[in-house]
Design a protein around this ligand. Sequence first.
Ligand code: ADP
Ligand code: MG
Length: 713
Amino acid sequence: MTTGCLLQAAAVDLRLDLSTPLMYVKGVGPARAAMLEAKGLATVEDLLTYAPFRYEDRSNVKPIGELAPGEMATVLAEVRSAKVSGFRRRNLGLFEASFKDAAGGTLLGKWFHGAYLADVFTPGLHVALFGKVEWDSYSGGLVMMHPEYEILTGEEEGDASIHTGRVVPVYEAAGKVTTRLLRNLLHRILGSIDALEDHLPRHILDQLKLPDRWTAIRALHFPPADSDLRLLNAFRSPAQYRLIFEEFFWLECGLELKRAKARLYPGIAFELSSRVRERILEMLPFKPTGAQKRVLKEIADAMARPHPMYRLLQGDVGSGKTLVAAEAAIVAIENGYQVAVLAPTEILATQHYLYFKKLFQKLDYVIILLTGSNTAREKAQLRKLVGHGLAKVVVGTHALLEPDVEFHKLGLAIVDEQHRFGVEQRQKLMEKGSHPDVLVMTATPIPRTLALTVYGDLDVSVIDEMPPGRKPIVTKHVEEARIEQVYSFLRKQIDAGRQAYVVYPVIEESETQAMKAAAKMHDHLSRVVFPDLRVGLLHGKLSPDEKEAAMERFQRGETQILVSTTVIEVGVDVPNATVMLIEQAERFGLAQLHQLRGRVGRGGEQSYCILVTGKLNPAAKERIRTLVDSNDGFYIAEMDMKLRGPGEFFGTRQSGLPALAVGNILRDADILEIARNEAAAFVAHPPQESDLRAAIAYLREHWQRRYGLVLVG
Ligand code: ADP
Ligand code: MG
């Protein structure tokens, strides 16, 4: 306690700089410093870039006596009395407080469901109220309904002009450090700090007409008198724009440098001989789309370079990514290398295995499947095939990553579904070869710039075109009560020679529970609803052989309906299946539903996706509506990000999604795009070598840790 006081006392005279810990700022102290730290605010610089989430126009401060009904105003007054009518305990009451200002004017404030305020507005309290003034016919006086308020009494009062009479920032509180206290702190810090240096390259500032950093930081917290409130609240004031741009610019410079460095590692230079081309043509079951051709060229060119490829292959479900991956595999194999195909689940691994086996039938490649379900003896045998280089394509789950799986000559790793595959696992796989090329496939496509930012070390190829002849899938939402109608629709489709999936949700990753639900429904459907049809069952608890058998029976049309858990989410490919019936669809996420839907619509017939739900909460309603409205994976991924937030969407831990201070990759996607282009141009062609060196030094000192970037040289 005593030391704290001494430090605080000393702090009064301390000159602040950007790296000063907040604890030494007057008015902070250890307890508040801890609360700020918990929000990621440790230094003066952190606080300077702590952006308000909203601004309020409090410029119109008036005595109550001069107010007119209809105007928006700020009033400084004291609480005279307050009361709650209605149910206080359930917070249902109407809370009414009467206020009086220094000139004697009186005003009522009313809040519905405001019973909790009785503990806040005690008589004698000084407050500022902001809101619309109205005429109250009950009391025959002026009233504000649900005004914003700020308590003025207490140790942190500060200068009233910081908090009223202007456009005022509103911050997210940090523990007990309120928006008001934050405003005071920032006012104090801005007053006792020297102008900040601007590290953004001069030519970019000029070209984009950006305000300098010092001006921008001050305007962020204390917007100038002529500020446009709408721009501020849209995060597009010149100051906000500049700071968001700056943050993205440095991030993108860092990523660009990291990528540039990775491109210099020694790797395999695959030869694109005429033999390779012939083999690819031999394999292709159909004419590739334009997008597939373009993307294959991007991938083949990268593989031909004597450096490792790290590339993300994006495309909507059914856009034909696997075919492109198979082409890339041929490039590696014909150069004498092996290919690993890594899938997140056993079902998916099995599916890939079957698909690749079919594609490569004519090419006589040995292709094996290695999963956790293999017996020890099988594993030992398979490992030998891998170790001696006889197996050209090795498909598997995480089991592939175990240390005892040694490749003879691994040249290309194909990884399915970035989202479920950690960076570490990718690393492990890489270590199994001498810098093999890596191709990551994802069916949750996001805009290119975003992908380059979030998957920082990857290059990106995008398939943005569907194979020809696809009819858009018709998606319907049906409530449980009308399930009989759905069943009769299903029967009609099957009578017409089609097949159908019926999917049950996995709750909390518990495949056992989902399996039980699916098994029960299988029983119900096969005995009661469709006793005359052949109904199959597929779930994660089956052995690999049973899974393979169940899928092959469906593939061959021997079973007409396949009841399944979400294990079929990715990779299953049966063009004759035209109905995807999803039970309890409200329990699935948006991306997952879109993936499931992508299992149909793969042949020439019209396909349907039927989402069966119970009563929907607003969030689920939004998800279902998004799917009914759109078949576009890019749009759906964007909605998903909006609904769940980028952190949740990407899974912050797995991806390299950086913790941003001012920018928001969704809200500010337009600025991100500009910043990325500027950063790429700057790193490739800096005006002077010394500019780039200065930028690298600045990045290293200020941003490296924050963004998890490691820059060398
Ligand atoms: P993704 O992996 O992107 O979801 P797939 O590679 O599984 O897509 O392809 C979806 C379906 O489209 C498969 O049945 C595949 O054989 C077929 N397909 C892929 N490319 C083409 C093409 N160029 N023309 C016709 N059909 C194609
Ligand atoms: Mg290469």
